[in-house]
Write a protein that binds this ligand. Structure first.
Ligand SMILES: [Mg+2]
Length: 388
């Protein structure tokens, strides 16, 4: 593996001046606005607003938000009650089985995967929502089951294991509740590495020494730290703007924010999209990414879950890929960045969790979190069998 060792704070991929135009946002929601003196000093630059193009709507339809919201939110399987639905179900099964030819089940391909791992250390990278827990309507209720927690604790005994989630690092740490793991929150923009495991990757890495919930010393790597107050500002603005939309839920993940619309009536999706669109127009250093019934707002930096995997591999001492087989298991679009990193150059295995066919950079698939648990338990059994 050829890992780049320059993991200092990444550069902006699309540098643009800071915008001070926040029209229409109540001033009490903008506690971090700079004083007028700073504007006149030139520290804050204003981007001229684009003139409206005649005949072209500057709204969510024109920007494609709604289309993306619909296409990134496939309906979950419903109970089959009548004959016509049974026909549709068997067609779906046929489509899924044909998709499995391209993305074989990691359970049926288990021997092949462990053959790759012979003489190597497996390093596990796990997403949280939709991977370790089923997707639920309220993200606050996505609790890990006791059996999944035991499984994760068990794999961590045998393999270096990290959870990389879009949630805030503290939140996902609290939800998983297994101190032996490595945790990365905010789509990999907030990485925690236990001090005892830490190996220096280069002399420029911007670590912050801290302690975790159990008072253990840890190193934090936060490549988007300069966006902390901006994300907080956007979060509070969006809470205010969406408070009248029934079912909309805004979350602050520290270095990114998200707007969930799973519980919003589809006729109101336009309003959700319009709120996010209107806010983002004023923050050119933030961008939107579509997840499963969620709009993720993230800093424009060259950092994602793929970069986080590379960074963690280096921190674990696997800067030479010959001795390691990284396996990343995830279900969402943000996990594709990690799948891609592992796929390129045959560095490792991406496993997509999905009950419906979809294109992916992953090599293998698992249908749902219960199959993820089965796969992880199989890895533990395989590892134990090697020691006998
Ligand atoms: Mg997920």
């Amino acid at each position: 593996m050829e890992l780049k060792s320059n993991h200092s704070v990444p550069v902006l991929t699309d540098p643009v001046p800071i915008n001070n135009s926040r029209l229409g946002i109540p001033s009490n929601l903008l506690p971090h606005l700079p004083p007028a003196a700073a504007f006149s000093s030139g520290l804050y630059l204003t981007i001229p607003r684009k003139k409206p193009i005649p005949g072209k709507l500057d709204d969510v339809r024109a920007s494609g938000y709604l289309d993306a919201m619909k296409s990134s939110s496939p309906p979950r399987n419903k109970l089959i009650k009548d004959f016509s639905n049974e026909v549709a179900s068997s067609e779906n099964d046929a489509a899924y089985n044909s998709w499995l030819m391209k993305y074989p089940s990691a359970l049926t391909a288990f021997e092949k995967i462990t053959n790759y791992a012979k003489g190597k250390q497996i390093a596990l990278f796990l997403d949280y929502d939709g991977t370790l827990t089923p997707i639920v309507d309220d993200p606050d209720c996505a609790f890990i089951s006791l059996s999944m927690r035991a499984t994760v604790r068990s794999v961590a005994k045998y393999f270096p294991t990290a959870v990389i989630s879009g949630r805030s690092r503290n939140k996902v740490y609290e939800l998983v509740g297994v101190p032996e793991l490595y945790y990365a929150g905010s789509h990999g923009m907030d990485i925690m590495v236990p001090v005892k495991h830490y190996m220096s990757v280069d002399g420029n890495t911007s670590y912050v020494r801290s302690t975790d919930q159990w008072d253990k010393e840890v190193n934090l790597f936060q490549p988007a730290s300069e966006f902390l107050s901006m994300i907080d500002e956007v979060f509070r603005t969006l809470v205010e703007m969406t408070k009248e939309i029934k079912g909309a839920k805004v979350e602050n993940h520290k270095f990114c924010a998200s707007v969930h619309y799973r519980l919003v009536d589809e006729k109101d999706w336009t309003m959700v999209a319009q709120c996010v669109h209107d806010v983002l127009k004023n923050y050119p250093r933030l961008r939107l990414k579509h997840g499963r019934k969620v709009l993720d707002i993230r800093p424009v930096i060259d950092w994602d879950k793929g970069k986080a995997v590379e960074f963690l591999l280096e921190s674990l001492g696997f800067s030479n890929c010959n001795g390691v087989l990284p396996i990343f298991i995830g279900d969402d679009t943000t996990d594709e960045d990690a799948f891609k990193v592992l796929r390129e150059g045959n560095r490792g295995c991406g496993i997509l969790v999905s009950s419906i066919p979809k294109e992916s950079n992953a090599l293998y698939s698992l249908r749902d979190p219960s199959e993820v648990m089965g796969f992880l338990n199989s890895l533990v059994r395989w590892k134990k069998s090697l020691a006998v």
